[in-house]
Design a protein around this ligand. Structure first.
Ligand code: IPE
Ligand code: IPE
Ligand code: MG
Length: 254
């Protein structure tokens, strides 16, 4: 009975005729862009065709988010676990940032978007890094939407590295255990400088985090959809935001 109630509430909020409340747009949206492989399989295409199609969705979602005055958009593009995939697929995925930016960087610059990267860069191919750093450098002065690509990102890896660094600083007496608090840890994560996501979106029907922003998502609202990433459109983003706007965020209060 309660399930039915919640389902109805969510369906109502997802109604297309409920306008988006422009005073309550999530400041930071994080998206786990999932389902490229299944999209391709459904069409009898190789998995990489799904990744290519998924890449095309990004610019529309960035534009829509920008229009809606979202300030930060974090996109999970490649996880620290995705290296387990066949080499041909990984190689293809590592070429996508170049392909995307070759085409989209001029537009991102025109739209005042600022590009950032969040992940372990030490093992990324040089060609991938070159493209991403070029975009980061050339958009550094922009003041609009901050587009944060999680590339070779894994939350546990991020936390382990942070703890290691803190351990070294304690050992060398540049940090005292008494200085460790939530603010310090937040500033030491790869997302340093970004507020926690208000809204997490995951496509493709998987209801899990897959090692994404475990610390940062502590109080985020989650929205899951069965839509596969290559089919994700502006209207889906709007639906997620409308649903978000129906939620009561309590942060432990009443
Ligand atoms: C998401 O799509 C893209 C990446 C993880 C790089 P998938 O490739 O995971 O697609 P599915 O989950 O196999 O359908
Ligand atoms: C999460 O998707 C990573 C990205 C979208 C980049 P996966 O497809 O790798 O996640 P699992 O394996 O289904 O948990
Ligand atoms: Mg997947």
């Amino acid at each position: 009975m309660f399930d039915r109630f919640f389902q109805q509430a969510e369906e109502r909020s997802g109604d297309n005729d409920v306008p988006i409340d422009t005073s309550n747009v999530p400041k930071h949206i994080a998206i786990i862009m999932d389902g490229n492989g299944r999209w391709a399989k459904k069409k009898g295409l190789p998995r990489i065709a799904g990744h290519r199609e998924g890449m095309k969705v990004i610019h529309r979602i960035v534009e829509k988010a920008n229009d809606l005055q979202v300030k930060y958009l974090t996109l999970y593009a490649f996880s620290t676990e995705n290296w387990k995939r066949p080499k041909t697929e990984v190689d293809f995925l590592m070429k996508l940032p170049e392909q995307f930016l070759d085409k989209e960087l001029p537009k991102l610059k025109r739209n005042n978007v600022k590009v950032r990267i969040m992940g372990d860069e030490s093992v990324l191919p040089v060609h991938t890094l070159r493209a991403v750093h070029k975009a980061v450098d050339e958009t550094a002065a922009n003041t609009g939407l901050i587009l944060n690509f999680a590339l070779n990102y894994g939350s546990r890896h991020e936390i382990v590295n942070m703890v290691k660094q803190i351990g070294e600083e304690i050992e060398s007496n540049t940090l005292s255990p008494a200085d460790i608090n939530e603010k310090l840890l937040t500033e030491r994560l790869l997302s340093s400088g970004l507020p926690d996501p208000d809204l997490l979106i995951r496509t493709s029907g998987e209801i899990r985090l897959s090692n994404f922003m475990l610390w940062q998502l502590a109080y985020s609202e989650f929205w899951f959809t069965n839509v596969l990433w290559p089919d994700f459109g502006e209207e889906d983003l709007e639906e997620a935001i409308r649903t978000y706007q129906q939620r009561k965020r309590r942060y432990g209060g009443i």
